[in-house]
Write a new protein. Sequence first.
Length: 231
Amino acid sequence: MREGPIGTVQVLEGPAMKRAALYLRVSTADQSPEMQRDDLERLAAQRGLAIVETYVDQASGAKARRPGLERMMADARHAKFDVVLVWACDRLARSTSHFLQTLDELGHWGVEFASFREALDTSGALGRAVVTIIAVVAELERSLIRERVKGGLRRARLEGKHLGRPRMVIDREALLRDRAHGASLTALAASYRISRASVSKVLRAAKECSHKTSLPWPPQALENRPSESTP
């Protein structure tokens, strides 16, 4: 309500513009993100979005650490924008599972997502349905991979194949001899191409074995111990 020259009048205000964040990613230094920026700025103008921040990464798709993406997710957690715009889904995430995890986090914080190339928009029912289908397909793919792995292991066991790491072949007598001559654990590990932990394990086992053999005979055994005959 506002006071006008002829009295109090009611002013109808339109909805506030949604705040948008742009995420741009290129794989190499000789690539430019400007093409992505231009397309996303036009998309924001068409939808009446106000661009408040742009995040840029120069990293390959398989690289886990992306400072721009990490900063964008931190700002999304603090509600600094309402929508994330990307040029393509593969610009945002390095895998299907990472993509779904990122969308789930954005949705949890009330941030919408839109992709220019795929025309994917989670603000509408169709976009949310597409994301659900992607999640179902990804889960099906993981299940198929698990079944293939289990089937391969089962067949390998039936064929008598050894699973896991190959057993280490260590010349224990030579190792103990070198240790007795003063070789260090590090030198032994390098010489026999094993870890220091494996060297310690061999030495510990040898020590326990020598301790058992040096124990005195128990009373029951002493009764049955053969007497030494004098010549």
